[in-house]
Design a protein around this ligand. Sequence first.
Ligand SMILES: [Zn+2]
Length: 162
Amino acid sequence: MINRKKISFDVTVYDAFNELNDAGQTLMSAAVKARQRAYAPYSSFNVGASVLMDNGEIIEGNNQENASYPSGLCAERVAIFYAGAKYPGMSIRAIAITAASLNHEVSEPAAPCGNCRQAISEYEFRQGEPIRILLMGETGSVIECNSLADLLPLGFNSSFLN
Ligand SMILES: [Zn+2]
């Protein structure tokens, strides 16, 4: 017997940054500031990420590129690994991500790459509570996802190892 299943999820779309609530604007503003400090001399694609911890602190990261390309790391993983290093075991409430290019205007929300989705999902699975994800380009709309799991359907986690 074959069953067909549809996997779908809801997002909230804000037309612009200033439609976010105060907490959302604060978190995204931190990501923008982090983005402006990115080290991306090879791609000229600057990404900032900010992680809202359960204690209210915001941890920031940005992409760190390298002349040996694979040695660099995305903003999202820089931020979430720093969060895990500074506050091991503390729940993460939300992550904001923003991208801007020196070569063109990024007017669509920038989504995390597959590696970063997997990295964030580790924390979400471990804490058992969803991590809200806010996505923005340099301009334009902002997308809010309720959970990282929405962005990584049929994801792999530690439950498969036991
Ligand atoms: Zn990434």
